[in-house]
Design a protein around this ligand. Structure first.
Ligand code: MG
Ligand code: MG
Length: 270
């Protein structure tokens, strides 16, 4: 399938979907408490998406039973909300998406509950910053794998972390998962050249140990095989006709975090 290049009008709708995802994730982040069941978070997300006039793209996706993925500790991605209770010191990773008028948003974060081990906090900080570095490298005129390389380069500069290899970022638009696949590692300078109208979900997934994973018997939950803890961050961003990026799923469009990396965010969608 060819890469779906979006028009400005389509990007405006994608911003609405992305903003709803971003707002829902902020609400979830502030709702997470030790002692809470993960399916309570799912209910909060479902209500938020409904209130915002969207629908869930996760629910029913290849049979996925919930509105969000909640993955705890050695679960890295695709965990199913359940009666599991969040414990002190857990790493809670939440992935969420929404559709507005047929256009998709997709984003994720990890956060510590209660008293967080500093090494876990660093894992999350490294993962998040690598996502921003990836987006910053994915400017107009760059090649796709410039993103991949920037993510890997930052992570490896920060210590020994496992970078998941079977999972990565992706194009997003009228489907949640579109071409191209975006690896979180590799050489720069390969793949398609990025142009205005590209929309990519950038989502590094790393562990404090191995990059090797397996899927649990629920057919969804991805865990590290050495039980090391993982983190996952994701934002969907676009490139605009002024040659600048805009992060569709960030409340501020990525202004603060990309600005810190010397990247100016487009004002066309604000
Ligand atoms: Mg996602
Ligand atoms: Mg995604």
């Amino acid at each position: 399938m060819a890469i779906q290049v979006k028009t400005f009008e389509q990007l405006k709708v994608m911003r609405r979907a992305g903003l709803l995802v971003g707002q829902t994730l902020e609400l979830l982040k502030s709702s997470i408490k030790v002692g809470m069941r993960t399916d309570a978070l799912d209910a909060i997300a479902a209500a938020s998406i409904k209130r915002g006039g969207g629908t869930s793209n996760f629910k029913g996706y290849h049979g996925f039973p919930a509105t969000i993925c909640v993955s705890i500790n050695d679960q890295i991605v695709h965990g199913i909300p359940s009666d599991r209770v969040i414990e002190d010191g857990d790493i809670v990773s939440i992935d969420c998406g929404a559709i507005i008028e047929g256009w998709h948003g997709d984003a994720a974060f990890s956060v510590g509950a209660g008293k967080v081990d500093p090494a876990d906090q660093k894992l999350m900080d490294v993962c998040e910053e690598s996502m921003w570095r990836g987006i910053a490298a994915g400017s107009v005129g760059a090649k796709l794998t410039d993103i991949s390389h920037a993510i890997e380069d930052y992570i490896t500069s920060q210590g020994k972390y496992g970078i998941l290899q079977e999972y990565g970022g992706h194009g997003i638009g009228t489907e949640m998962h579109q071409e191209p696949h975006v690896l979180n590692f590799g050489k720069r300078g390969m793949g398609p050249e990025l142009t205005p109208g590209f929309v990519l979900a950038i989502e590094p997934m790393i562990t404090r140990g191995t990059h090797k994973t397996k899927v649990l018997s629920d057919d969804w939950t991805v865990v590290s095989i050495d039980k090391s803890r993982g983190a996952h961050f994701e934002n969907s961003y676009c490139l605009l006709s002024d040659g600048k990026p805009f992060v569709l799923t960030a409340l501020d469009g990525g202004k603060e975090r990309l600005g810190a990396l010397g990247i100016e965010v487009s004002e066309l969608l604000q």
